[in-house]
Design a protein around this ligand. Structure first.
Ligand code: ADP
Ligand code: MG
Length: 159
């Protein structure tokens, strides 16, 4: 478990950009934590780091949104941003997202899922789990938990 203190919103954004450097097509990142914890803010940083197009906003009223790569950016990977609150009790949210006919395969995208209130504890697939919490002084704490795959090894790059 890696714990990162994020004093300001700009730190959340910067952390997302840094995290994007570790991400590649097919990755799944699950964001947990209460409303207002910074899940969407972190996703915006990830999107900036990946170099994708379009404003990243809370996907609360849609299930998922695809952000295409900026053709001038060198990463060339799309971002699928989903709200699992609307996905039901999937054991693998990626399978459900792929069923949405978004015209973007999760295997070719980085997928970030915001969980809302309910949380699924067991997931079949390897993923990076990030829990965000807001402290009384309004700073945020990010707790990173690698689940399966080579996530633990990849996280060592964060120092
Ligand atoms: P969520 O998606 O978890 O509901 P948001 O990403 O919408 O939360 O964030 C809610 C608010 O928290 C935003 O105004 C955002 O700028 C702010 N915020 C994010 N990170 C921090 C931080 N590290 N310190 C203070 N405010 C933050
Ligand atoms: Mg949100």
């Amino acid at each position: 478990m890696i714990r990162i203190v994020l004093p300001e919103a700009t730190d959340t954004h910067a952390f997302g950009r840094r995290l994007a450097g570790l991400l590649r097509a097919g990755d799944l990142v699950l964001l947990t934590g209460p409303l207002g914890a910074g899940k969407t803010a972190l996703t915006q940083g990830i999107g900036a780091g990946l170099g994708v197009l379009g404003d990243i906003t809370s996907p609360t009223f849609v299930i998922a949104r695809v952000h295409r790569p900026d053709p001038t950016a060198d990463r060339g990977v799309a971002l699928v941003h989903a709200d699992a609150y609307r996905l039901g009790d999937a054991t693998d949210p990626r399978a459900e997202i792929d069923d949405l006919d978004l015209d973007a395969s999760v295997d070719e995208s980085v997928t970030v899922v915001e969980w809302g209130a309910g949380m699924v504890e067991q997931l079949a697939e390897a993923h990076l789990r990030i829990r965000l919490d807001r402290r009384d002084d309004d700073t945020r704490i990010a707790e990173l938990e690698p689940v399966g795959g080579d996530w633990a090894q990849r996280l060592t790059a964060l120092g």
